[in-house]
Design a protein around this ligand. Structure first.
Ligand SMILES: Nc1ncnc2c1ncn2[C@@H]1O[C@H](COP(=O)(O)OP(=O)(O)O)[C@@H](O)[C@H]1O
Ligand SMILES: C[C@@](O)(CCOP(=O)(O)O)CC(=O)O
Ligand SMILES: [Mg+2]
Length: 388
């Protein structure tokens, strides 16, 4: 039995970080994917293994099923029985990963490996199998590689979990899960994200699962809310990867620490960001009948992105490299904001409909001279897809 599943990365148009503290945020999927292929091996053989082949990194790891069972204990694994990773289990998973002597330059991968072992064994138990992962997303740079990895993995595992394979429905030339299964995939991926991020809002796994553009709000007491948004005009975004490495978990906790030090001030900033997201959601869905209306809409959108970037700087998650992108693009009156956790990573630049190709090329060339990598993305494509 085998299955292939892919899930997209994302951009956040407004509201990152504030969303962790209950503000609304707007995110959209992009056309860069993580793909997970799992082939199950027949059980009952000797030397059964759970293998993980991270193709992009040239890392091939495996754990004997008997060892995993001995360390993690018996479990009643099934895709429909959602569970969280306890701190005790995380400790056991970290022991299992530590034995693999991951090269120091890949040490940031560890949390992804804990998430892999947790999701695999919680959904499929100790069934032997080989998982191959490839990704088009730069890792740890704000485009949601962690969520797309967790969503693609959870999707593949659930598709192989008993009782779920029949719920895959055919849609033109692609396959997708039924809505209730999609929700389950997103929830499992959220549990994986908790291992990688510590305190995720849930926006990344939600947009990677459902695709398109969404407004997301983490309700602090009840469940989160997700509203699909229908953008009435295409949004073209230039992405600049500053190549400055950073880690979402530590940036999210640095914002929480600042919020503990200055609760009222930070709460006002989060409220302001919430208003930006609310306004942006209305704006993207508002009709624009002619060129003048489109320009007016784009001006407003750029202003909102600019204000959001100012507030992200104010909560301490910008970076010299991000400010360089903001200044460089501003020379051509283009607005940029960081996307994801910040601290380096990727920056979005809105590309207005009437911007000439020559100006776009000039901006890209200046950014590349700074050592950054630029690329255009399609915004708002499909979410998780499964190929049985
Ligand atoms: N393809 C992958 N395979 C294994 N782990 C991954 C993969 N993609 C992401 N991860 C995990 O997610 C981490 C990056 O997540 P994060 O810091 O949230 O940045 P982002 O989600 O913006 O890329 C990596 O360090 C790794 O642990
Ligand atoms: C900073 C945050 O809002 C987004 C993080 O995105 P990324 O992992 O940097 O792609 C955290 C979250 O919402 O979980
Ligand atoms: Mg992430």
């Amino acid at each position: 039995m085998e299955v292939r599943c892919r899930a997209p990365g994302k951009i956040i148009l407004a509201g990152e970080h504030a969303v962790v503290h209950g503000a609304a945020a707007i995110a959209a999927s992009i056309d860069l994917y993580t793909e997970v292929h799992i082939s199950l091996r027949p059980s009952g053989q000797e030397d059964e293994l759970i293998e993980l082949d991270l193709k992009d990194m040239g890392l091939n790891l495996s754990w004997p099923c008997s060892q995993l069972k001995e360390v993690l204990g018996d479990c009643s694994a099934h895709g429909s029985v959602l569970m969280s990773c306890t701190s005790e289990k995380l400790e056991l998973l970290s022991g299992l990963v530590a034995q693999k002597n991951i090269p120091q330059e890949n040490v940031q991968l560890n949390s992804g490996l804990y998430a892999f072992l947790f999701l695999y064994t919680s959904i499929l138990g100790y069934k032997p199998g080989k998982t191959i992962v490839t990704s088009e997303l730069p890792m740890g740079s704000g485009l949601g590689s962690s969520a797309s990895f967790c969503v693609a993995l959870s999707g593949a595992l659930i598709a192989l979990s008993e009782g779920f394979s029949l719920k895959i429905k055919e849609k033109k030339d692609q396959f997708s899960f039924e809505k209730n299964v999609l929700e389950l995939v997103s929830k499992w991926a959220f549990e994986g994200e908790r291992i990688v991020h510590g305190k995720p809002s849930g926006i990344d796994n939600t947009v990677s699962t459902f695709g398109n553009m969404i407004k997301f709000k983490k309700e602090l007491k009840t469940t989160s809310s997700m509203t699909p948004l229908n953008s009435t005009t295409p949004l073209k975004m230039l992405i600049t990867d500053t190549r400055v490495g950073r880690n979402t978990k530590s940036l999210v906790s640095s914002v929480s620490e600042r919020a503990l030090r200055h609760p009222d001030t930070m709460s006002s900033v989060f409220n302001a960001i919430n208003s930006i997201s609310d306004e942006l959601a209305l704006l993207v869905e508002s009709p624009a009948a002619d060129k003048a209306a489109v320009s007016e809409k784009e001006e407003k959108l750029m202003e909102l992105m600019q204000m959001n970037q100012g507030l992200l700087q104010c909560i301490g998650v910008s970076h010299e490299s991000i400010e360089t992108v903001v200044r460089t693009t501003m020379k051509e009156k283009l607005v940029s904001k960081l996307t994801g956790a910040g601290g380096g990573g990727c920056v979005l630049t809105f590309v207005p409909t009437l911007l000439s190709a020559a100006v776009t090329e000039k901006v890209i060339s200046e950014l590349e001279k700074c050592g950054f990598r630029c690329f255009m993305v399609e915004v708002g494509g499909p979410g998780v897809q499964v190929f049985p």
